[in-house]
Structures are given as structure tokens and as C-alpha cells.
Design a protein around this ligand. Structure first.
Ligand code: ATP
Ligand code: MG
Length: 411
């Protein structure tokens, strides 16, 4: 096994250039690959889709199922260290890889993030250190637990414990009858019922932690969701009140340390009324990888979340990121390809390219498209990062870009 750090451009003990691997070929894997390549690493992606966004740009694509023993053996054989780009990679596959190569984050950390009940239990354990609690909740694994749900959790949101994303696998319920129907609708799988909280806003925090325990923290991201999918991230001084932002950062560091986490971790928070005229934080969920809300770092910080992931995986120093521009990120969903120029009344039958030339004529716009071969409604196709000297300029450019794209205006 090669000694850490895995220096970019070096030759490994098998006589090959140092190679980094990633489980999963989505856009997060693609941007990890691009960051690793920029630093001189060879990259390998394992993903079953022959047209996966990351597989298309990696030096090598192992095109097998995530749990295919031959595919995993090939990935381990080619790589000096391996990371993951989505949390639903089977933890067993990461365990198998870890027998042969360093894997970060570890299978154990990913397993906690894969299961909302384990994740919440972890947040509860961290609360005495982090000072931030999850929403009141109860596990629903069987009819007895369903019957025993405390009245105080209603109205609530029933979420499948596993495999939910972008608001999928969730049902909002007001009464016990609706709860029982929702659990049946979700297939009576293991679920968690969360009390519905009146959210004032939402934010998230990214940290990167090295194997030596060194942690760097990114600025707090303020997020706006539409239909359960992230739509806008805004990062600037004051977007989240300073005291809450500091608490969210400290809480995220505590969560990473307590897990012994290695890699990039994102934790999502709700901002709620504290009942005494002030605001409070509630921890929602975590992602064991870079996160959609961190994409702004590619253009607004001197270290992107993907560069941080490369450094953490390779055992390189994690220099603290500095944000050099206020920023707004706009998510670009497949819907845009069917509503060019936002003329919703005249939705196109075939996908049409959105007006990129007009958007890119605006100052400080940075377009990132993921190379997905077909646009579908609700599918994340890319994002637009906007930077500028002042937040006023960024806001103005974002408003114009949103209007050109026919997207709802900023709140
Ligand atoms: P993603 O993977 O895209 O982050 P997800 O499917 O994992 O989403 P959550 O983050 O749990 O789901 O919830 C999606 C959104 O639903 C939240 O960002 C928030 O807007 C809303 N939401 C979730 N839980 C609650 C709650 N307890 N009270 C109020 N709103 C909630
Ligand atoms: Mg979420």
C-alpha cells in the first residue's frame, strides 16, 4: 500500500500513476473527477450506467453494479484510494474495498447517513457537545409503534428511513388516519415520523476532515427548496444570523469528529423560532460527500468542496477555504429544457436548450452542466454560479438570469 499523502502525479508501488477512485458516476462524482484530474491524478469511476456523468469524463469507467465482486476488485486494483459520491452505495461494497485500499468516508460513516434513524440517533448523541438537536421524532417499524406515536408529533412528515432523496419517500400527515395510510403507501418499511416544524429558513454547512483529525469549515449556506428539491443557495455575510451560523459550523465539526469522519461532510439545518422571540437551529440530515448546496464553492471560494474531497482522500493538507465573492447558486433542472425562455404556456414537446448565450452575457455567471444525455423534469442537469463584487450585484445578476430562464424570482 502506498504511503500517505498520495502525491499528485507520483508513481505508485505498482508502477502506475497515483489513481483515485469514486463509487458512483453522478454529477458529484464527475466534479470530484474533474477536480482530481486538475491536480494531476488519474481517476476511475464505478457506475452501472454506461453514460454516467462521471464515467464519461474519468480516465477509466468500471461499468458494473455497485456490489459486483469483479467490478469492485477491478476498482480496488486500479486505485490507490477510493471515495463515494452518493450515500446509497451498499456499505458492504465499501467494506470490501476497504480490505484492499483506503476508503474515505468509511463504510461505517456512510451506513449512519444511509439510515435516518441511525443518523438521528447520532445527532442526539452529539447534541450535548453540538448544542443542536434533531426535530422531535419517532421510529415506525411496526404497527405497535404506529399506534404508540405521540399526538405531539402531528402534524408531521413521515419519511422512509432509507433511500429517500430530493423529498422522495416522504408524506406529510395531519392525523393518525393519514399517518396509517401514509405508512401503507410507503410499503410499511422502516420509517421515521418527524414533527412538522414551522421553518423560518434552511441552511447547511460543509466541513472537510482529514485522517489526522484536521477539520476545515466552509461558510454557512442558505438554501431555498422548491417542491422538496434545492433551488437556490445563497452564501454571503449575514444571510444566516452570525450567532446561528457559528453554532451550525461548530455543530457540524462536532458531528464529524464524533463519527471519526474522513472526507467532505455536509449537514443540513432548519432555522426555527425559539418560542422566546429569537431563532434556534434544528439539525435535519447529513450527506457523507460533497453536496448540491456547496457547488458555489467552485467559483466563490479559493478551495472548492471537490478539491477538499480530493485533498482529504489523498491525505493532503486541508487549507481553510476563503470565500472571495458573495454568491448565489441556481439549480438547473430538466424542466428548463421543456420551457425555453420560461414560456410555460408553450411547453416544448422535445427538449430545447435554454438560452445560455443570454445568461452567459451577464457578468459573473459560471455555467456547470453535468453532461446528462437527456433532460427530464425534476432531473438535476447543472447549476449556475453567480459571483460579483457586492451582494447587490450578485442579486441583480441572479434576478436577471432567473427571468431569462423563466424561473421564479428570488424570495
Ligand atoms: P435531500 O436529499 O434533497 O436533502 P431529502 O429527501 O433527504 O432531501 P429532507 O432533507 O429530510 O429530505 O427534507 C426535504 C425538505 O422537506 C427539507 O429541506 C425541508 O424543506 C422539508 N422538511 C423536511 N423535514 C421537515 C420538518 N420536520 N419540518 C418542516 N419541513 C421539513
Ligand atoms: Mg435534505
Amino acid at each position: 500500500m502506498n504511503a500517505f499523502p498520495l502525491l499528485p502525479g507520483a508513481v505508485n508501488d505498482r508502477g502506475q500513476p497515483v489513481t483515485l477512485g469514486v463509487m458512483g458516476g453522478g454529477q458529484l462524482g464527475r466534479m470530484f473527477v474533474q477536480a482530481a484530474q486538475a491536480m494531476g491524478y488519474v481517476t476511475v469511476v464505478l457506475d452501472p450506467d454506461p453514460a454516467s456523468p462521471a464515467g464519461l469524463v474519468a480516465h477509466h469507467h468500471v461499468c458494473t453494479a455497485y456490489d459486483d465482486p469483479q467490478g469492485l476488485a477491478e476498482l480496488a486494483g486500479r486505485c490507490d484510494a477510493i471515495t463515494t459520491e452518493f450515500e446509497n452505495v451498499p456499505a458492504q461494497a465499501l467494506r470490501a474495498l476497504a480490505q484492499q485500499r483506503p476508503v474515505a468516508p468509511s463504510a461505517d460513516c456512510v451506513a449512519v447517513a444511509q439510515d435516518r434513524l441511525q443518523e438521528k440517533a447520532h445527532f442526539v448523541q452529539c447534541a450535548p457537545i453540538s448544542g443542536v438537536h434533531p426535530a422531535p421524532h419517532a421510529a415506525i417499524d411496526n404497527p405497535a409503534q404506529l399506534a404508540a406515536v405521540p399526538e405531539a408529533l402531528l402534524p408531521g412528515i413521515l419519511k422512509t428511513a432509507r433511500l429517500g432523496y430530493d423529498g422522495k419517500g416522504q408524506v406529510r400527515v395531519r392525523t393518525r388516519e393519514e399517518l396509517a395510510a401514509a405508512w401503507a403507501q410507503l410499503g410499511r418499511v422502516s420509517c421515521v415520523l418527524e414533527k412538522m416544524l414551522p421553518l423560518r429558513s434552511e441552511c447547511s454547512v460543509l466541513v472537510a476532515r482529514g485522517a489526522d483529525g484536521q477539520v476545515v469549515t466552509f461558510p454557512v449556506q442558505k438554501n431555498t427548496h422548491h417542491d422538496g428539491i434545492l433551488a437556490i443557495t445563497e452564501v454571503r455575510e449575514g444571510a444566516v444570523p452570525a450567532e446561528l451560523a457559528a453554532r451550525a459550523q461548530a455543530s457540524t465539526v462536532a458531528i464529524a469528529h464524533h463519527l471519526g469522519y474522513v472526507g467532505v461532510l455536509c449537514v443540513e439545518y432548519f432555522v426555527v423560532d425559539d418560542g422566546r422571540g429569537g431563532l434556534d437551529l434544528v439539525v435535519n440530515e447529513m450527506a457523507p460527500r460533497p453536496h448540491n448546496s456547496g457547488h458555489y464553492s467552485q467559483n466563490a471560494c479559493d478551495l472548492s468542496q471537490f478539491e477538499a474531497q480530493v485533498r482529504a482522500l489523498a491525505g493532503l493538507p486541508l487549507a481553510a477555504p476563503r470565500q472571495h465573492s458573495p454568491t448565489i447558486m441556481i439549480n438547473l433542472l430538466g424542466d428548463l429544457w421543456f420551457n425555453p425562455n420560461g414560456v410555460r404556456a408553450q411547453a416544448a414537446a422535445q427538449p430545447v436548450s435554454p438560452p445560455w448565450a443570454e445568461v452567459l452575457a451577464l457578468p459573473g455567471t459560471h455555467l456547470h452542466l453535468y453532461g446528462k444525455l437527456s433532460a427530464r423534469r425534476g432531473r438535476k442537469m447543472g447549476h449556475l454560479n453567480i459571483t460579483g463584487e457586492t451582494f447587490g450585484q450578485v442579486h441583480d445578476t441572479a434576478a436577471r438570469a432567473l427571468a431569462l430562464l423563466g424561473l421564479p424570482p428570488l424570495e
